[in-house]
Design a protein around this ligand. Structure first.
Ligand code: SAM
Length: 428
């Protein structure tokens, strides 16, 4: 793969591995094979056999440990969604987002590179960031997957209100979408989405509401170059380099069937009336918070799930957002991976949508106080919020929980802290 431009930063040639629960260390990539990974404390929650795996540990360690254990195979992941710390320099209640820039860049590159061998041919990778580092992350993603793998940047409306303390209020997050097979190949297997422009009935058609679409098609096709006269008497030809959507006899039939709509009250262009209002559409890049949820919706969902806790988690994402991503990128039974688990939104949505899933989260406290209890409510069916109603979720399935000790600083007390908390949870 030829890369004409790439980012450079201090220690770029080193590998960044986790040390302890919160730190990182640079190591020579040639030495990494000397670093052992220890998987301990395996437990299964639920009854029907695992469809999911929670790894308490760093994402890179989790991938290596699962592969060594045979639970993660090459060419098996259909969708990666990650929502890592954004590189903002802030400290949130539940985790720190204050890595030095060079550390953040290596952290991202090394974890994205580690995911690559496990991606299926028709996989996609969705990287959720804000504007702080998304431009630099794109160069890293280009380097890891190839610039041709870039599909789009989804603009997710994360808030409906205005942040009055800023010069210009950030109302969105960018989500970078890559498909290692290239967007043309991926388009063949990704799913379309319902919705789009609301159907309406502008001419009181007895057949009901309809949407309109242009009556033109790209390219020059000799059989689709003819003159159409609109109701105002103007003679129209297809725009340069395009053709009419259908041949003249088909146009005449559509006109007889009252399936042509004229713009500008009859003095404009012909458009087709489409009565199949449930038709699926190509996903677009603009995602409205009223349709796929906002940050506030995500926080409300967690607050309802755990009414006795204070702020359950600082930066959860709404389930409907993940539902749309997983709908586009996967089918039931496919494997979804999120190595920056947080409160477990990706795992919860994947579980409710019948996908297999793997998630990892580095902080024991987050795993034990939010992620595991949340996934337990999913399995038990007591989580009635998020997308539960839209997918008729009533519980079921199971997941396993593993602890991966960090490569550097094998800290046994992490395991015992998790076990103690889990014991308390089960007892409660
Ligand atoms: C923005 S939050 C993810 C929120 C999640 N999408 C949700 O809906 O709840 C990022 C999470 O990644 C975790 N994290 C940071 N570095 C990590 C690493 N190297 N491996 C695994 N988890 C990590 C943080 O502790 C934090 O919980």
């Amino acid at each position: 793969m030829t890369i004409s431009t790439h980012l450079t930063w201090p220690n770029r040639d080193q590998l960044l591995v986790a040390r302890g629960e919160t730190e990182y260390a640079w190591v020579d990539p040639a030495e990494q094979c000397l670093l052992g990974l220890e998987v301990t404390d395996v437990a299964v929650r639920g009854e029907d056999g695992p469809t999911g795996t929670v790894v308490c540990g760093d994402g890179l360690d989790a991938l290596d440990a699962l592969a060594a254990r045979g639970s993660l195979r090459q060419n098996s992941i259909r969708c990666v969604y990650i929502d890592p710390p954004f590189g903002t320099g802030k400290r949130f209640g539940h985790y720190s987002d204050a890595l030095a820039e060079s550390t953040w860049l290596s952290m991202m590159r090394d974890r994205l590179s580690a995911l690559r061998p496990y991606l299926a041919d028709d996989a996609s990778v969705w990287v959720h960031l804000d504007e702080t580092m998304s431009h630099k992350a794109r160069l890293i993603l280009d380097e890891v997957f190839g610039a041709d793998a870039y599909v789009a940047t989804v603009v997710w409306q994360k808030r409906l209100t205005v942040e009055s303390r800023t010069a210009i209020s950030f109302a969105h997050d960018p989500i970078l979408v890559y498909a290692p097979s290239g967007q043309k190949a991926w388009k063949r297997t990704r799913n379309r989405v319902p919705g789009g422009v609301e159907a309406s009935n502008r001419d009181g058609d007895p057949r009901g509401p309809w949407r309109d679409a242009p009556f033109t098609a790209p390219g020059f096709r000799a059989g689709q170059q003819y003159v159409i006269t609109n109701p105002a008497g103007h003679e129209l030809r297809p725009p340069r380099g395009r053709s009419w959507f259908a041949t003249e006899p088909t146009f005449r039939r559509l006109l007889d069937e009252d399936r042509i709509w004229w713009t500008k009250g009859g003095s404009g262009q012909p458009r087709m009336k489409n009565f199949d209002i449930d038709a699926l559409q190509v996903p677009s890049t603009l995602w409205n918070g009223r349709e796929v949820g906002t940050n506030d919706d995500a926080k409300r969902h967690l607050a309802n799930l755990f009414p006795d806790s204070g702020t359950v988690f600082d930066t959860p994402k709404p389930e409907a957002l993940l539902q749309r991503i997983l709908h586009i990128s996967t089918n039931p039974g496919d494997l979804v991976v999120d190595i920056f688990g947080g409160s477990g939104t990706t795992a919860a949505v994947a579980h409710k949508m019948g996908r297999q899933w793997i998630t990892s989260e580095r902080l024991v406290e987050t795993v034990s106080s939010v992620l595991l209890p949340r996934l337990e409510t999913v399995v038990s069916g007591s989580d009635t919020g998020g997308i539960s109603e839209s997918v008729a979720w009533s519980g079921g399935g199971a997941f396993e929980v593993l602890q991966v000790a960090p490569r550097l600083g094998n800290v046994p007390e992490l395991c015992s802290r998790l076990s103690t908390r889990r014991g308390a949870l089960l007892a409660g």
